[in-house]
Design a protein around this ligand. Structure first.
Ligand code: CU
Length: 221
């Protein structure tokens, strides 16, 4: 075991040396281009990370079941697990909602600590009734929120979520689909941003992360 680790260590060291040596060779070949490449290489990761800066406190005012107004303040004291999508989404949204369903089941009684929220980015078609029927089919504890387009747009911006209508030329007015940011956005019981769980995260990992958030938020109460 130790010998293996040592061997791996040596290999890693050799790899590191090779990496360190490589830019030197480049520097000799093209002195002008290398400082540029060296400067942009570490920075290349940064903009991707910064593309969706986590807002400190996402806020929304939307329409919930029955058309009543629902705001980000209404779930104070609970962890909010929010996802954006639309009910006629062929794959990403149904997958995400099945994950929410499995998360709520796995949490058992601790599910009372969280509020799962599905925000439609297609409020024209996803009326409160359509939304309620959709979310209830996965788990009655998932609340569907929508509302006038302007409010949905503002809510999405608040979370750093982007979406757009995709319609083929010549298609009927109602024949369109939506592109949208996927994943679960987690807010603490104080409404502050806690993190994002990326789309495709295995359910056990989602459960583990949410349990960590619950522990951190409620252990000292
Ligand atoms: Cu979707």
């Amino acid at each position: 075991m130790k010998a293996t680790l040592l061997a791996v260590g040596r290999l890693a060291a050799l790899g590191l040396i090779a990496l360190l040596a490589a830019p030197a060779v480049h520097a000799q070949a093209s002195a002008a281009a290398t400082p540029h490449a060296a400067a942009s290489a570490p920075a290349a990761d940064a903009p991707a990370e910064m593309a969706e800066p986590p807002p400190r406190q996402p806020r929304y005012l939307l329409r919930g079941p029955g058309g009543r107004a629902v705001t980000s303040e209404d779930f104070r004291g609970k962890l909010q697990i929010v996802t954006f999508g639309f009910t006629t989404c062929p794959d990403v949204c149904p997958t995400t909602l099945v994950e929410l369903q499995q998360l709520l089941r796995a949490l058992g009684p601790r599910a009372a600590r969280v509020q799962a929220i599905f925000v439609t980015v297609d409020p024209a078609r996803d009326t409160p009734q359509v939304l309620a029927a959709y979310t209830e089919a996965f788990d009655p504890r998932i609340v569907g929120l929508g509302g006038p387009e302007a409010l949905v747009q503002r809510a999405a911006e608040s979370f750093g979520v982007v979406y757009r209508k995709v319609q083929e030329a010549g298609a009927a007015p109602g024949a369109y689909t939506m592109d949208h940011s996927a994943g679960l956005y987690v807010l603490g019981p104080d409404g502050l941003w806690l993190g994002r769980i990326g789309y495709g995260t295995p359910v056990p990992e989602i459960v583990r992360r949410v349990e960590e958030y619950i522990d951190a938020a409620f252990s000292r109460r």
